[in-house]
Ligand binder design. Structure first.
Ligand SMILES: Cc1ncc(COP(=O)(O)O)c(C=O)c1O
Length: 389
């Protein structure tokens, strides 16, 4: 199993804190936004004598309410098309296990959410990267690049939309491009849409569940973690209109017995969150994104596309090795007693040598701290003794 690129510098951060430094965490996607109060309240008020298992596919009332939520987003989804999982993480694992035999392959645009590697290894699936370039804002690579990689063992193309780590939001045309490839080669199209609510500048998130003709091929991964700032609930879901696939996934769900009972109560209550909550959260993130990206773009030698979704940005830094720089930031640098922790992007690529001078920045900090973080980074780049380009 590969180490998490997001957490592998954690011992250096701990040491920095032990020395009395303040460390701003731009490395991890734990939102600081409040969970909708009705979700917490529902747990507080739950009147249970036994904290029992739920059905393996989730509580019927939650599944029904979830199907209605997708209906409100213009997606015709029935409760039977849904499987409630222990986070989006488990939905990814069930999906890969259900569609593949050991040695099969899935094609994923890189950089991608690094845990796909770990899930691939757990399911015996090889993750085959197709490179999206920072110079193109990480837009979808051309069809020919996918076709070069498709072979007898290819089972699926998997995307993250909007993307972690890139924040890239795919256009309708790009999704149609993927539909054509998947239909022509009879591949599943898996979309990790856990950041679906986070789209900025009036941009619209398009779900692959809205693509006509892809009913048997489309699989969506979803989660309450980011949508409601409920990462600790551990509730997600897998969605597909392909009955045979869902019947297979249910067997995996039965083997692990049940998704969390208490957290489904919270997640069901969270579904009643009104539009104003999303509007204010989106506006907060948009402001943070602009603050971060404007700041990064003002630093000499830095390339940082402005993403339209999620709460991450990938930046190319004028250093030869971003991991060494990130480590130096924690171990040898501070500005007024403060430093930052950033995630080297190399671990988000599967092609060796890619992303060496890139980092992922998560804008899950309040604006003043984010502003300070950019100033710290700027100062650090000016003082970095090793490996500047
Ligand atoms: C792209 C993406 N997919 C899936 C997950 C897993 O989320 P969870 O298991 O908390 O639902 C994450 C978490 O950060 C993520 O960023």
């Amino acid at each position: 199993m590969p180490e998490s690129p997001i957490r592998k510098l954690a011992p250096f951060a701990e040491a920095a804190k032990f020395q009395g430094k303040t460390v701003y965490h731009l490395n991890i996607g734990q939102p600081d936004i409040q969970t909708p109060p009705q979700a917490i309240e529902a747990v507080r008020k739950a009147d249970l004598d036994i904290l029992a298992y739920s059905p393996s596919d989730g509580f019927p009332s939650y599944k029904k309410a979830l199907a209605e939520y997708y209906g409100q987003h213009g997606l015709d989804i029935q409760a039977d098309d849904l499987l409630v999982t222990t986070g989006g993480s488990e939905a990814i694992l069930f999906t890969l296990n259900s569609i593949s035999d050991p040695g099969d392959e899935i094609i994923v645009p890189e950089p991608f959410y690094a845990n796909y590697n770990g899930f691939g290894i757990s399911a015996g699936v090889n993750v085959v990267p197709v490179t999206a370039r920072i110079e193109d804002d990480f837009s979808l690579p051309p069809t020919a690049e996918f076709e070069k990689l498709i072979g007898p063992n290819t089972r699926a193309i998997m995307i993250c939309n909007p993307g972690n780590p890139t924040g890239y939001l795919y256009t309708q045309e790009e999704l149609e491009q993927l539909r054509s490839i998947c239909l022509e080669h009879d591949l599943f199209l898996i979309a990790d849409e856990v950041y679906r609510e986070f789209a900025y500048d009036g941009a619209v998130h398009h779900s692959i569940l809205s693509l006509e003709g892809l009913e048997e091929h489309a699989i969506v991964i979803d989660s309450v973690s980011k949508r409601y700032s409920m990462c600790g609930a551990r509730i997600g879901c897998m969605i597909s209109r392909n009955n045979a696939l869902m019947a297979t996934a249910l067997k995996y769900a039965q083997a692990r017995l049940s998704p969390p009972t208490m957290a489904q109560i919270a997640a069901e209550a969270a579904l009643k969150t009104d539009a104003a909550y999303y509007r204010s959260v989106r506006e907060e993130y948009r402001q943070r994104r602009d603050l971060l990206v404007d700041g990064m773009q003002s630093i000499d030698g830095v390339l940082c596309p402005r993403p339209k979704g999620a709460f991450y940005a990938v930046a190319q830094l004028p250093v030869d090795n971003a991991e060494r720089f990130a480590q130096w930031l924690l171990s040898a640098f501070s500005h007024e007693g403060k430093t930052i922790m950033i995630a080297p992007a190399e671990g988000f690529y599967a092609t060796p040598g890619m992303g060496l001078n890139q980092v992922r920045l998560a804008y899950v900090l309040e604006k003043p701290k984010l502003e300070e973080s950019v100033a710290i980074l700027k100062k650090a780049l000016g003082e970095y003794p090793g490996g500047l380009l």
